[in-house]
Design a protein around this ligand. Structure first.
Ligand code: PRP
Length: 216
C-alpha cells in the first residue's frame, strides 16, 4: 500500500463558525482567542479518532457486566504547541487530552528569509516510539516551521504515522512539503487556503495568528 498524506477538513458547523470568526479582521483579540480555543477543541476531537489509544475491558453496571472501552493510560500522549500561535489551540486540545504531556517548541519565522528560527525547545531527548503526538499550530504557510518541527520530532524517535497536526489554515506549499517528506502523516485543518502572498502570508488566511492571540 502506498502511503499518502491525508488532510481532513471536518465539515462541522462549529469548526466553520469559529473559522469565520477567526478570519474576520474586525474580531478583537479576546474573541480571537476564544475562536482558537474552540477550533483547538473541535479539531482535536476529530483528530483523536483512531489515534488516541484505547483498551478493551469490562465494567460492572448496576445491572450486569458489560464490555467497555477505556483510554489506555500506558501509552504516552504528547502535545507539541509551536509557539507562539500554537498556544492558542492548546487550551482546547488539553481539555480533551488531560493526561498528555505538553512539550513547547518556540519557532519564529525570520521576516526576510521566512526560515524558522528555534528559540525554545522543550522536547525530550528521546520519545517512546509508541507516543501519540499532536502538533498544534494555526497556520501552515511556507511549511518551514512544521517541517522543522517534524524533523526535530522524528530525530527524537517520533513515528510520523502516530502523529497528528491540528491547524486552522493550511497552504498548499506546506502540504506539498509534508506530503513529500512524511506520506503517512495525517492533518486536521479547518480549511485549505488558496496560497501565499509575496510576504509568505496565507491568503485569505486569518492574518498573524500569534499577534492576534496575544494582542501584539
Ligand atoms: C507563524 C505560524 C507558524 C508559521 C507558519 O508563526 O504560527 O508557526 O508562522 O509559517 P511557515 O509555514 O512559513 O513556517 P510566526 O513565525 O509568525 O510566530 P508566532 O507564532 O510567534 O507569531
Amino acid at each position: 500500500m502506498t502511503l499518502q498524506l491525508r488532510v481532513y477538513v471536518p465539515p462541522h458547523p462549529l469548526i466553520k463558525h469559529w473559522l469565520a470568526v477567526a478570519r474576520d479582521a474586525a474580531t478583537p483579540s479576546v474573541l480571537f482567542r476564544s475562536a482558537m480555543t474552540e477550533l483547538g477543541r473541535w479539531l482535536t476531537y476529530e483528530a483523536a479518532r483512531e489515534w488516541l489509544p484505547t483498551e478493551e475491558t469490562t465494567v460492572q453496571t448496576p445491572l450486569a457486566t458489560c464490555a467497555a472501552t477505556l483510554i489506555n493510560p500506558q501509552i504516552p500522549v504528547a502535545v507539541v504547541p509551536i509557539l507562539r500561535a500554537g498556544l492558542g489551540l492548546l487550551e482546547g486540545a488539553q481539555t480533551l487530552l488531560p493526561l498528555a504531556s505538553i512539550y513547547h517548541l518556540g519557532l519564529m519565522r525570520d521576516e526576510a528569509t521566512l526560515e524558522p528560527m528555534c528559540y525554545l525547545n522543550k522536547l525530550p531527548e528521546k520519545f517512546n516510539p509508541e507516543t501519540r503526538v499532536l502538533i498544534t499550530d494555526p497556520m501552515l504557510a511556507t511549511g518551514g516551521s512544521i517541517m522543522a518541527t517534524m524533523a526535530e520530532l522524528v530525530h527524537r524517535g517520533v513515528d510520523p504515522s502516530l502523529t497528528r497536526i491540528v491547524c486552522v489554515v493550511a497552504a498548499p506549499a506546506a502540504l506539498q512539503k509534508l506530503s513529500a517528506a512524511y506520506p503517512g502523516l495525517i492533518i486536521y485543518s479547518a480549511c485549505i487556503d488558496e496560497g501565499l502572498n509575496e510576504h509568505g502570508f496565507i491568503v485569505p488566511g486569518l492574518g498573524d495568528a500569534g499577534d492576534r492571540i496575544f494582542g501584539t
